[in-house]
Design a protein around this ligand. Sequence first.
Ligand code: 13P
Ligand code: SF4
Length: 400
Amino acid sequence: MINKVREATIPITEIEQSAFCQTDDELKSKPLEQELEAGVQWQKLPISYLKMSPEELDTRIFEARQQIGERLVVLGHHYQRNEIIKYADFRGDSFKLSQLAASKRDAEYIVFCGVHFMAETADILSGPDQSVILPNLTAGCSMADMAQIDDVMDCWDDLQNVMGGDVTPITYMNSAASIKALCGRNEGIVCTSSNAPATFKWAFERTDKVLFLPDQHLGRNTGSKLGIDPADMLLWNPFKPMGGHTEDEVRKAKVILWQGHCSVHTRFSVDQIEEARSKHPDVKIVVHPECFKEVVDAADLNGSTEYILKVVNESPPGSVWAIGTEVSLVNRVAQENPDKTVFCLDSVVCPCSTMYRIHPAYLSWVFDALNAGVVVNQISVDPTTAEEARVALNRMLAIV
Ligand code: 13P
Ligand code: SF4
């Protein structure tokens, strides 16, 4: 056992979370220079891009995109701003985008409008001659930042000592490539919010116990879906020796949950669900499984971003939906379903601060660079890490 007590640190990405929260539901891009006034620490850009108006940027992006042509594919996660998602050749949740990254082999460049762990995954799954570009290198994920590889390795060593190999590591896609690699070389697997139960079943066919990284809520919700008693799921605090437990407690647990969370999804509450139900008796509530278990239990449905989009799109006209996920997606679902009432469970509108870092100025800059023959902001995972992480990713792709 490694006997350490470390200071808990809050990722900078989480501290910035409230910078763009507002109480009205209009989230329109401003010139980058004005957005930076919120005090955020984003990647620096040449000054000319800072001052361009959203309209100027839009024209510029459109023309540059035409010029690049089929050498490029643009992938966009559902949480991207409207001004960005309109340029995505394909939109999706993390699972769908990873499949697309693995299959779009004709494009020389993949511009990934999403966050760092998604671009890393695209690099791992794409071909050796393809370049993956993340328009803003500071677009990370506060949840992924909560699992640092050194802490995860310490935890893994502790579990090996206590459980003697009877544990399978599962990491959520929202984690660094180094953690996916740890899973790859230790008979583990990656999952996304759309396939977590299948990966749990896969793991329990091999060992009696699971280590789930880094989102405690997705892990707890998935364990519960499979009938595991929450009392058999133990929360691992990386800042305490043995995760804050005795060896005996760890030995008895069935699922070890890493103490990570999403600052966007933990805003949703049972009170908000009750309020939505009292105001709209016919409302259906759909939430992302990164929400608290009580919220998932109180909702009617839960699933990945692609699932949320699908259930609302396929519902009959006149349906009423309250959605517990990131607001850029909720607003888009509402716009695309004008015959339904669609609103965010949380009345304070908070975009994911890191997804929001892909401002149109960055997209314009990377497209201009490609037209000038320069690849900027390339994401390259080192070959050994990529090889091990690919093993864990391919296990996921093979079972779902
Ligand atoms: P999805 O895989 O459901 O798109 O989720 C990704 C994510 O980051 C949710 O916060
Ligand atoms: Fe990460 Fe949460 Fe943003 Fe998803 S919504 S990218 S989990 S911070």
